[in-house]
Design a binder for this molecule. Structure first.
Ligand SMILES: CC(=O)N[C@H]1[C@@H](OP(=O)(O)OP(=O)(O)OC[C@H]2O[C@@H](n3ccc(=O)[nH]c3=O)[C@H](O)[C@@H]2O)O[C@H](CO)[C@@H](O)[C@@H]1O
Ligand SMILES: C=C(OP(=O)(O)O)C(=O)O
Length: 432
């Protein structure tokens, strides 16, 4: 697997706007499902075979994290990982890997379950918010863990083993729900998790854990019941399609007046996005193999508000804002999940967008045309949103800080090129 982030600081995307996206694109496996699922393989004795693995920097990072803890990791072919968690040899997650990817913190649950001890660096804040992990820690404490915070490390131990508990999450955190599912699967007794996250990625993790021998009921609702079992065994699992990658192409089709069939997109995971695209005026046709989006004009202004699933996903907020910048009239985008997920606004403004932020809302006055410019991906989805803006902007757009985009989009440039976009990835020095 390629190591992206070393090169990506030296690279940029160059987009010439104006081409409509046309054709078929296949969605890869979901980043936010594959990361916890790779981590969950640590719970199993014997080999797990995971398929529909997207080629992403985050997949590489999480694989390195579990490897450093003793999991045997092989990739016999593109898109497949074979993982064997039989011998967990370390309970200390290296700082260098944890700082690269917040989802590394998900190893806490499996380590406590398997080894009764874990030491992990406190994952830092990032450009979308402070992102504390208090809900994860409170839950582990309820399950009997003793937690110590020193020198930026979190050390947790559970000398008598994890015990099932009744846990109410103050907020339906995706990561906390996943960490608890993994810990509770091997805990003694029953765990009832209330106000749990309901995201499809939670359901996918629970499906994998159940095929390893776990006893989890209710994943996908706000109450999940887990009866702990003595042992989990490796299992085979195919990761669900990435609803955010799908959504990004769907918005791209609407923005460029294109006609794109997003193969492998699951419409039941994309209801709020489909509803909002229809409100904007795009034609959306759903079938069992995918979703077609046909962009029409005029694009009408919308209001969106991000919420935990099944609400509008925060991970589609930036891309939808890109669309709102060229809608007729005034749109409002309200972000309720993360406290600071508007870094892309300044970048859009460099391209001629008219946006004003007040508190947690962005007020967008649609413009006829965006103008190409030099912009930076401030986080993963901001990066994707800037690519979309570049596809409709007049002239040339240059997008830097590609390591963010590489975390979460499998083969983005080639997929867009196949749909007709004028986009290339160049090394900075080659181009200058
Ligand atoms: C790898 C992965 O799956 N990432 C997704 C996951 O992130 P992640 O699992 O980090 O997101 P959470 O659902 O945990 O976070 C949502 C909100 O809860 C807060 N919070 C969370 C945990 C905690 O202990 N305390 C606390 O206050 C966060 O700061 C944030 O404001 O869900 C997010 C919300 O859908 C998505 O944007 C991310 O793409
Ligand atoms: C915020 C995201 O991911 P992560 O939680 O991995 O930072 C995302 O996928 O948009």
């Amino acid at each position: 697997m390629k190591i992206y982030w070393e090169a990506s600081e030296l690279e940029k995307l160059i987009v010439h706007g104006g081409n409509p996206l046309n054709g078929t694109v296949r969605v890869s496996g979901a980043k936010n499902a594959v990361l916890p699922i790779i981590v969950a393989s640590m719970l199993g004795v014997g080999k797990s075979t995971l398929t529909e693995i997207p080629e992403l920097a985050d997949v590489h990072t999480v694989s390195e994290v579990i490897k450093s803890l003793g999991v045997a990791v092989e990739s016999p072919e593109k898109g497949t990982l074979v993982l064997d968690g039989t011998n967990i040899t370390s309970t200390v997650a290296p700082y260098d890997l944890v700082r690269r990817m917040r989802a590394s913190f998900l190893v806490m649950g499996p380590l406590l379950a398997r080894k009764r001890h874990a030491k992990i660096s406190l994952p830092g804040g990032c450009s979308i918010g402070a992102r504390p992990i208090d809900l994860h820690l409170k839950a582990f404490e309820a399950m009997g863990a003793v937690i110590d915070l020193a020198d930026g490390d979190i050390e947790a131990s559970v000398p008598d083993g994890l015990k099932g508990a009744r846990i109410y999450l103050d907020f339906p955190s995706v990561g906390a729900t996943e960490n608890i599912l993994m810990a509770a699967s091997l805990a003694e007794g029953k765990t009832v998790l209330e106000n749990a996250a309901e995201e499809p990625e939670i359901v996918d993790l629970a499906t994998y854990l159940n095929s390893m021998g776990a006893n989890i009921r209710g994943a996908g609702t706000n109450t999940i019941r887990i009866e702990g079992v003595k042992e989990l065994r490796g299992a085979a699992h195919a990761v669900i399609p990435d609803r955010i990658e799908a959504g990004t192409f769907m918005v791209g089709a609407a923005m460029t007046q294109g006609n794109v069939y997003v193969e492998n997109a699951l419409s039941e995971h994309l209801k709020p996005l489909i509803a909002k695209l229809k409100e904007v005026g795009a034609r959306v046709e759903e079938d069992i193999d995918g979703i077609r989006v046909i962009g029409t004009r005029p694009l009408k202004a919308v209001e969106i508000k991000t919420l935990p699933y099944p609400g509008f996903p925060t991970d589609m907020q930036a891309q939808f804002m890109a669309l709102a910048t060229i809608c007729e009239g005034n749109s409002i985008v309200t972000e309720t999940v993360f406290e600071n997920r508007f870094m892309h606004v300044e970048e859009f403004k460099r391209m001629g967008a008219k946006i004003r932020i007040e508190g947690r809302s962005a007020f967008i006055e649609g413009v006829q045309h965006l103008a190409g410019g030099r912009v930076n991906a401030t986080d993963l989805r901001a990066g994707a949103a800037l690519v979309l803006a570049g596809l409709v902007a007049e002239g040339r757009t240059e997008i830097g800080s590609l390591h963010h985009i590489d975390r979460g989009y499998d083969d983005l440039v080639a997929k867009l090129q196949r749909l007709g976009a004028d986009i290339v990835r160049v090394r900075v020095e080659d181009e200058e």
